[in-house]
Design a binder for this molecule. Structure first.
Ligand SMILES: NC(=O)c1ccc[n+]([C@@H]2O[C@H](COP(=O)([O-])OP(=O)(O)OC[C@H]3O[C@@H](n4cnc5c(N)ncnc54)[C@H](O)[C@@H]3O)[C@@H](O)[C@H]2O)c1
Length: 483
């Protein structure tokens, strides 16, 4: 496959290059080899993206919602038809196994385009009768939106931000993560092919400085970031300085509680999905797995047996179920956490080692006897490292589960339905699961509480974050004034 894109950026309906920008190598995580090089956006590229985005947005907003929706639904169809090629490219970009990218990346992006394409024609205001007078409201687009992505789900993030933004009549400039710059360019190509006006969905490459320039650009009306908490704080503050609309989807250290009556096999499946999918590089992962003391050893035994069946290897092989980490840097960060876990006295029950081969492969890793104060139980690792903690009492475990600055997700496994809902009510988290983990259908709101974020993606909730309401008061009689 041709991994080198025609040019670094996609602006005003076509590829655009400016080699004056800093070169960014794209490294295939399974081999460590460079598979493409792009250039960071210069000020000239950013200016072209802003100007064409503003121009396109006016034409786009003048269309009816149904017309806009038709373009998005066509984009969804093209994306599904190209799923294989897009998934292979996503695997080059991220290292995630094809067995995952072929079912969870472009497909999830297409779901978002289809869902918001379907909603676009039904975005209406309301009528409020006040005696003879009345008020009507109009849902208006915000204008030019900026999306900034993380590296774990490049295609999905490009669509989760782009689809609701465009459905509401906005334009978007999307900056992918510098680690995974390839897939968003394909999303931009597809938008144009589907009939979006040139400039409506631009992609510019760059490091954090380009992201910061886009956030600080006065002609940008809204910013949506997916990234870490430290970056989220910077983006939120910079956007606040210009009173921009903001969505920030950030990191987590989410709890998963397994009660003594849980179906152990399902709980182990949930823990695997919540820790080792995408080699653990998922924001909502339930990395603090609290298991009731009565079933702890049984849980660990089944977990280790199931991990033995993971197929670690070439991500392009459809049989492979566990791939490399995204980069050498990320792998070294995770190795540092594993070393800390051992140094602080956690019991290593599975994995813990880098594989002796090319690429950035780390074994799925499980620590037991983890205590709440250990570094691996407090900080987001963003890699395949599960911490198992033991508990005996519901109130105690809920308090421990909530004892974190993060609040992205939380899960509970139990057969007691009353307890399940009681525990979920107590969770301080934006996205909760009962007897499953880490599902994120486009129909459901997704996002975090506390330091894990502001705003929600997906579902009708996202519409509120990409539009604003204009209120129109209509008087039917004379105007009464005091003098
Ligand atoms: N909540 C979610 O939906 C979600 C989803 C995926 C990943 N994440 C989080 O993302 C993190 C991993 O991704 P990452 O390492 O790419 O995150 P990161 O914060 O390092 O970078 C995210 C993006 O922000 C850009 N950026 C960096 N500094 C910036 C600045 N000052 N202004 C504007 N943009 C800037 C980067 O170039 C990149 O595109 C983890 O913390 C993970 O939990 C969250």
């Amino acid at each position: 496959m041709q991994t080198q894109p025609k040019a670094s950026h996609f602006v005003d309906g076509k590829y655009l290059e400016d080699t004056a920008g800093t070169p960014i190598d794209v490294i295939y995580p399974a081999t460590g080899k460079v598979v493409a090089t792009v250039h960071s956006a210069t000020d000239a590229v950013i200016e072209a993206a802003v100007q064409s985005g503003m121009r396109a947005q006016k034409a786009w907003a003048a269309m009816t919602g149904t017309e806009r929706g038709r373009v998005l639904r066509r984009a969804a169809d093209i994306m599904r038809a190209r799923n294989h090629d897009l998934s292979v490219l996503e695997t080059y970009d991220t290292g995630k196994p094809y067995s995952e990218t072929s079912v969870a990346d472009a497909t999830s992006g297409a779901d978002a385009l289809e869902y918001f394409g379907g909603l676009a024609g039904s975005l209406t205001g309301e009528h409020i009768q006040l005696g003879d007078d009345f008020v009507y409201t109009v849902r208006e687009p915000l204008g030019l939106c900026v999306g900034i992505g993380a590296w774990n789900y490049p295609t999905q993030i490009a669509c989760w931000k782009g689809a609701p933004a465009l459905a509401c009549g906005n334009a978007m400039i999307f900056k992918p993560s510098e680690t995974t710059p390839l897939c968003a360019l394909k999303v931009a190509e597809i938008m144009m092919e589907a009939g979006a006006p040139a400039g409506l969905y631009n992609v510019v490459q760059g490091l954090g400085d380009v992201g910061a320039k886009l956030v600080g650009e006065p002609r940008v009306n809204k910013v949506s970031l997916t990234g870490s908490v430290p970056t989220g704080r910077k983006v939120y503050a910079a956007a606040a300085a210009q009173m921009k609309h903001v969505t920030v989807e950030l990191g987590g250290k989410s709890p998963m509680i397994v009660f003594e009556d849980a179906d152990i096999e399902n709980a182990v499946s949930g823990a695997i999905l919540g820790n080792f999918y995408s080699s653990g590089q998922v924001c909502s992962n339930g990395t603090r797995v609290f298991v009731h003391a009565d079933i702890l050893e049984q849980f660990l035994e089944r977990l280790c047996a199931r991990l033995d069946t993971a197929i670690i290897g070439d991500p392009m092989d459809p049989e492979t179920t566990f791939g490399p980490m995204v980069s050498a840097t990320q792998m070294e960060i995770v190795k540092g956490f594993i070393a800390k876990g051992e140094a602080e006295g956690a019991r290593l029950v599975y994995g813990g080692k880098q594989l002796d081969q090319d690429g950035f492969y780390l074994q799925p890793t499980v620590f037991a006897d983890v205590t709440d104060d250990m570094t691996i139980a407090r900080e987001e690792i963003f890699g395949p490292v599960m911490s198992v903690l033991s508990f005996t009492c519901e109130d105690e475990v809920l308090a421990r589960a909530n004892d974190t600055e993060f609040g992205l997700a939380a899960g509970v496994f139990t057969k007691d339905i009353t307890r399940a809902h009681r525990v979920v009510k107590g969770f301080e988290a934006g996205t909760c699961y009962i007897n499953t983990y880490n599902l994120a259908p486009v129909e459901a709101p997704f996002g975090g509480a506390k330091a894990s974020g502001v705003g929600r993606e997906n579902s009708k909730e996202a519409i509120n974050h990409y539009s604003e309401v204009k209120t129109v008061y209509v008087a039917m009689g004379d105007v009464e004034a005091p003098f």
